[in-house]
Design a binder for this molecule. Structure first.
Ligand SMILES: Cc1cc2nc3c(=O)[nH]c(=O)nc-3n(C[C@H](O)[C@H](O)[C@H](O)COP(=O)(O)OP(=O)(O)OC[C@H]3O[C@@H](n4cnc5c(N)ncnc54)[C@H](O)[C@@H]3O)c2cc1C
Length: 740
């Protein structure tokens, strides 16, 4: 008997790589289960979830197929996925790894519930067009195979669904897909992604144009935050989703790429990494190397994906790290000083409100009987706009959660309501929401040299025809900033000296310890703390006066947790063109180092050359056990030990800081010490990109240093090696900004 032709629903996944609390899967489940229980024919017989590695953001040339007949390599139809200004890979190796892990984890979870995930490479619009053509074009091998197999009827795409994003490129993809579907008279549905802390429907304004320009105002309008998030949506179980189409009904990959469908996670990883590996050290002259000491570990060794993300949250609750968050969040070293949930949130592997509800179960001490993925009381509260029934189901609690949950009971704060830590995490999750709302409100200004200030509701807006690199004197609250651009206006050639400065900045050889430690950590691990990020952004934009977008591009390439709104929004905030009500704040990385890296461990960990600076005798001995360099030093000339402050007594705080000063500015090492540590003649030690005046106990360390307020301008000529002296100040430049 002839079967009914398959009716396929395509769900295009992007930064919503999760099964739990996913409004699209939830709606698919609702439609599917309600049609299965009714006598009418189902709207969708099959679900085709597709993840596309977007060719403008991820380098996809590793997916190119070889033309077996001629053994010639086929060229990619797309330009390399490099950033607009600096030419960095937009998705560098560590984030590529995190992304592949996130995608393949979702594929596994989908397979576990009887579905699957098609993996493709290309521009999103091209992949969708190609898929629609596959289903629509008659004839060819597919039709022949169909008729031979006895399957009747041509499969049809009923609809394409996807979630909306707030940033310009993603919105462009949405428009492209919408247009394609409209042209073919098919349904296109764009869902609000509910991964945020506070649902759009609960915001105190109708239009995003009314979003306050100051975060605190926004937060106050929503407090108490704990009572705001909506309930989570349950995870679909086996049989809740329509089946994945048969291979015959699954579109072939976009030419000339191969599909990732049959590939193991390892093969997908190799495919994505291959082109990146062709550029060793990401083009840096001195790429950072992993420190030799076995003490140094990554602060973010975590794999991507929803499964690891859940476990991370349960771990934080079970170990009291979430409860202690407020006191530890400014840390620099270690796994648990902050949550490290950003990567999971960025790819939508976790939703903020899911984190909220897990914290709430812990705070309320109601973890065992109330909150499981499916059997949760709060699901009955689901405020479903479509008026449909809640899909709470009766499946078992996740066994991994159950294991952690048994440990929660002994953790600090269990059952004692909201605490400073969980409250602090909610505060930060709302920051994340706020950054996304800013991206929605200000659109392309997210990437604009003048930032949101150029379009702020409190300032006249910039003409849409103006050069995006031009600092318009009428638009910003501040006077125009004298950015140094990589390319002079009208020039296609980059400024060589500035390139050199950027190479040193990216590889952690600026001569400023806190910055160098952070940049090396970033390169080697894909993560760096919020405190370090603030200092790095301030250093590039304020101390060096360089086009802040180059820093944002480098972070985009390197961070495992890159999120367009959070990254570009924070960069402009620190650079003084964003939503910071206290514009013009500059972080002094020497002062910050002394304050937040108290014993200098962070700098010693990542800037190996400085690992023995400022150590006391007994500390050198201790280091010698794990560190070859320290062992040599210990066995060698004793006269050097005097220089290490070897009295053995605890020095007063002030002299302790003096002792650590060269860690944060190595040029302050005296000549004998430089000699002893093998740092004599090392460029970043002798010629830092900038010398930053800072004195302990108000005694000026550098009598020639100018006072506060614009002092860094006076320092420019001194650093050497920077090459940015007097270049392009106040003059527009840089390439066209094509992202907008
Ligand atoms: C220059 C600069 C660039 C940044 N780029 C990114 C980025 O690309 N992606 C990103 O997720 N965050 C970015 N941040 C924000 C912040 O540094 C990271 O979210 C945080 O360090 C991630 O570590 P965590 O998950 O342990 O954070 P926690 O301190 O544990 O905070 C919990 C969560 O709150 C959110 N959050 C915390 N601080 C901020 C903030 N300032 N802005 C937005 N969300 C915040 C994050 O989702 C984070 O996971 C940037 C900050 C700066 C100063």
């Amino acid at each position: 008997m002839a079967q009914m032709p398959p009716r396929i629903l395509i769900y295009l996944l992007r930064r919503d790589l999760r099964l739990t609390d996913n409004p699209v899967f939830h709606e698919i489940q609702r439609v599917f289960t309600s049609s299965s229980s009714s006598s009418s024919s189902p709207r969708f017989t099959h679900l085709l979830p597709i993840f596309v590695f977007p060719a403008n953001q991820v380098e996809v040339s590793g997916f190119l197929s070889k033309e077996s007949a001629q053994e010639t390599e086929v060229k990619s139809p797309y330009p390399p996925a490099r950033s607009e200004i600096g030419g960095y890979w937009r998705t560098g190796p560590l984030r590529s790894k995190f992304l592949v892990e996130s995608v393949t984890d979702l594929r596994k979870s989908l397979e576990d519930v009887g579905s699957g995930l098609a993996i493709r490479a290309g521009m999103v619009g091209d992949v969708v067009r190609d898929a629609l053509d596959f289903y629509e074009q008659p004839g060819g091998e597919r039709d022949q195979a169909l008729s031979e197999s006895g399957e009747s009827g041509r499969p049809e795409v009923e609809a394409v669904w996807m979630t909306a994003e707030d940033t310009t490129e993603e919105r462009r993809d949405e428009r492209t897909v919408r247009k394609l579907m409209e042209e073919r008279g098919k349904e296109f549905r764009l869902f609000k992604d509910e991964k945020y802390f506070i649902d759009d429907r609960d915001l105190p304004f109708k239009s995003v144009k009314e979003l306050p320009d100051v975060y605190t105002t926004h937060r106050k309008s929503l407090e108490p935050l704990r009572s705001r998030p909506r309930p989570v949506l349950p995870k679909p179980r086996r049989g809740d989703l329509p089946p994945f189409p048969s291979p015959r009904h699954t579109p072939s990959p976009l030419y000339p790429f191969v599909s990732g469908d049959g590939m193991s996670p390892e093969d997908i990883m190799k495919t994505i990494m291959a082109p990146l590996e062709e550029e060793p050290g990401l083009g840096l002259k001195h790429p950072p190397k992993w420190p030799s000491s076995s003490d140094v570990i990554s602060a973010h060794p975590f794999e991507g994906g929803e499964t690891v993300g859940y476990e991370r949250v349960w771990h934080l609750l079970a170990t009291s790290a979430m409860t202690n968050y407020k006191d530890t969040r400014n840390g620099l070293l270690g796994l648990d000083f902050s949550t490290k949930l950003s990567g999971y949130l960025s790819y939508g592997s976790l939703s903020s409100r899911w984190i909220h509800w897990e914290m709430r179960a812990f705070e309320d001490g109601t973890d065992d009987d109330l909150v499981t993925f499916s059997n949760c009381t709060y699901l009955s509260e689901i405020n479903d706009d479509s008026g449909t029934q809640s899909l709470a189901s009766e499946s078992e609690e996740d066994p991994v959660r159950a294991r952690y949950r048994n440990r929660w009971r002994n953790a600090a704060g269990f059952g004692e309501g909201e605490n400073r830590g969980t409250g602090g995490v909610r505060f930060e999750l709302l920051w994340r929401d706020y950054m996304s709302l800013c991206a929605r409100k200000f659109g392309p200004a997210l990437y604009h040299i003048e930032g949101f200030q150029g379009q702020s509701s409190t300032a006249p807006s910039v003409s849409s025809t103006s050069d995006p690199n031009q600092s318009s004197s009428q638009s910003a609250q501040n006077s125009p900033k004298p950015w140094k651009y990589l390319k002079e206006p009208g020039s296609t050639k980059p400024d060589r000296a500035l390139e050199e400065t950027l190479d040193r900045f990216r590889s952690g050889r600026t001569g400023i310890g806190l910055i160098d430690a952070s940049q090396r950590e970033l390169y080697l691990t894909g993560y760096t703390s919020n405190r370090a990020r603030q200092n790095v952004a301030s250093f590039l934009s304020k101390h060096l006066g360089i086009d802040w977008r180059l820093g944002a591009e480098w972070y985009e390439s390197m961070l495992v947790d890159y999120d367009a709104a959070s990254n570009w929004g924070n960069w402009q905030y620190v650079a003084g063109v964003g939503n910071d009500p206290r514009q013009g704040r500059t972080f002094n990385p020497v002062k910050q180092g002394l304050e937040y890296d108290k014993g200098g461990e962070y700098v010693r960990s990542w800037v190996e050359e400085l690992r023995l600076v400022g150590l006391k005798e007994e500390e050198v001995k201790e280091k010698a056990e794990t560190d070859e360099g320290a062992a040599k030093l210990q066995a060698g000339d004793n006269s050097g030990e005097e220089k290490l402050g070897s009295s053995g007594k605890n020095p007063p705080v002030e002299s302790e800081q003096e002792r650590l000063m060269p860690l944060f500015q190595a040029w302050r090492l005296d000549e004998r010490e430089k000699e002893r540590l093998g740092l004599k003649g090392v460029e970043w030690v002798e010629n830092p990109l900038v010398k930053i005046p800072f004195s302990v106990g108000r005694r000026p360390r550098d009598p020639g240093a100018p006072g506060r307020g614009g002092w860094w301008r006076g320092q420019r000529g001194r650093g050497g090696g920077g090459g940015y002296r007097g270049r392009g100040r106040g003059r527009p430049g840089g390439p066209e900004w094509r992202r907008v």
